[in-house]
Design a protein around this ligand. Structure first.
Ligand code: SF4
Length: 450
């Protein structure tokens, strides 16, 4: 058993924790209500999703040209573009930029790509202070926890737990209201942001026609941190490039509705390059396995993901096992699809079977990614490559062998029970309850009735 599977087994035990289940059910239930209302803002939401699907797919197919266009225009605007093959490359580039500065602190936004490259641990190891510009992430850092959801990083914490964390650290009243808690954290974040001259963010989109970087947020802290810093470093996956600023009129409202159930993200900005005389702006274009994903015609569609988190919020598996079991920052259905190809197929092959194929993720995806089809493709790849845990293959083979043999099928029911129990134990289904076998087999019943 590899380390990722071991971690998965350990973290997914939380599925048997009643309190966790209630919290997840409540928080995701609130999201589902807002989401259902937000769809009423559209006369024909399906048509809008179809348009978004076409726009994102067009961008993926023309990615090579669009990236070059973006680079040319962003450089014309005074910015610099760096190309990173993998996470190590990107981190080295960031260090080359900030290592020379005397002020060894940075602010960072809530961005899954920054978690993908492991920026917090890297900078901490270099002695750099990292300030979070997101309220949710600030709370998590104080609590010593990792993000649980791409959009709601502190989804696993109740209001009472957040109150306790802030009470312990800052002596804030334990019975503070939600508004008091949010105001307190907002104040803390706003105090930290001006302390640094360097901000590091992800990007929602890169505009090939203008050389602009699109940033969407609800708290306004990314804009504040960029405004107070004179160096802005953007880390963006190469999949973030889109053809034109006009595409945003479809993509931003649709993604907002699916991410948080709001009509529109509160703050949307397009940064065209460095500001002021001494300002610098860098965009690091990160590959990190994305070109490998592009090669597979089916899985390729996962790169049109906007990371809105809608599929995560509605996934019954995620609600049970939580955000840590996935083992990478890519959580939920889309993480299940991307992780084995982006990280390591053998190491993460167990994720391919982490789906009941209920199809809820596909229904809510704003860009109409057929996530179930991608899951099935992942299973095909894992089976074809024969990687991961092959014990289930032998279980299925044994069962097929039993079903094909009339002698075995006619053996007494008590013997079948013993055999099934042995098989179950041997294959480690320790938490599964096997249904009771009927007192008589179908064959026996048909003979008696005739
Ligand atoms: S796959 Fe679709 S629903 Fe899931 S995070 Fe990406 S865009 Fe959102």
């Amino acid at each position: 058993m590899n380390d990722s599977l071991r971690k998965f087994k350990y973290d997914s035990e939380i599925a048997f924790n009643e309190e966790h289940w209630q919290k997840m059910n409540y928080n995701t239930g609130c999201y589902e209500k807002r989401f259902a209302n937000s769809r009423n803002n559209y006369r024909n939401v399906e048509l809008e999703r179809e348009r978004a699907f076409l726009l994102r797919n067009k961008s993926l197919l023309n990615m090579e040209k669009l990236l070059v266009d973006f680079e040319t225009r962003f450089k014309d605007n005074g910015g610099q573009v760096l190309w990173a093959c993998d996470a190590d490359d990107a981190l080295q580039m960031i260090w080359d930029i900030i290592g020379k500065r005397s002020n060894n602190s940075v602010s960072r936004s809530n961005s899954v790509v920054l978690d993908e490259i492991g920026i917090d641990d890297y900078l901490k190891g270099k002695g750099v202070q990292v300030y979070d510009s997101s309220i949710g992430r600030y709370i998590l850092k104080v609590a010593g926890k990792e993000p649980y959801h791409p959009v709601y990083p502190a989804l696993n914490l109740s209001k009472e737990e957040i109150g306790q964390v802030l009470n312990k650290q800052f002596k804030l009243k334990a019975d503070s209201t939600t508004k008091q808690l949010v105001n307190f954290v907002r104040h803390q974040v706003n105090q930290d942001l001006p302390k640094t001259q360097i901000c590091i963010t992800g990007a929602n989109y890169l505009l090939a026609d203008m050389g602009g970087v699109v940033l969407s947020e609800n708290e306004g802290n990314i804009v504040k941190s960029c405004a107070s810093a004179n160096i802005h470093i953007v880390v963006a996956g190469i999949d973030k490039v889109i053809s034109s600023v006009e595409d945003l009129s479809i993509l931003i409202p649709l993604t907002s509705a699916h991410a948080t159930g709001s009509g529109m993200t509160s703050v949307n900005s397009i940064t065209m390059g460095p500001s002021g005389d001494d300002g610098r702006m860098y965009v690091i274009l990160l590959n990190n396995g994305r070109t490998d994903i592009l090669e597979n015609e089916v899985i390729r569609q996962s790169l049109s993901c906007t990371h809105c988190g809608a599929c995560v919020s509605v996934c019954p598996i995620y609600k049970n096992i939580g955000g840590y079991a996935y083992g990478t920052p890519y959580i939920g259905p889309i993480g299940t699809v991307m992780t084995p190809l982006m990280y390591d197929l053998e190491e993460y092959s167990h994720l391919a079977s982490l789906c009941s194929l209920c199809g809820r993720c596909t229904e809510v995806c704003p860009v109409k990614i057929p996530i179930e089809d991608l899951m099935i493709e992942n299973r095909r790849i894992v089976a074809e490559e024969r990687v991961g845990d092959t014990r289930y293959d032998s279980l299925v083979k044994t069962l097929i062998g039993h079903c094909k043999s009339r002698k075995k099928m006619d053996c007494p029911q008590w013997l079948k029970k013993v055999e099934v129990k042995q098989l179950v134990n041997k294959n480690n289904f320790t938490k599964r309850m096997m249904p009771e076998l009927a007192p008589k087999s179908f064959n026996q019943m048909s003979k008696t009735e005739n």
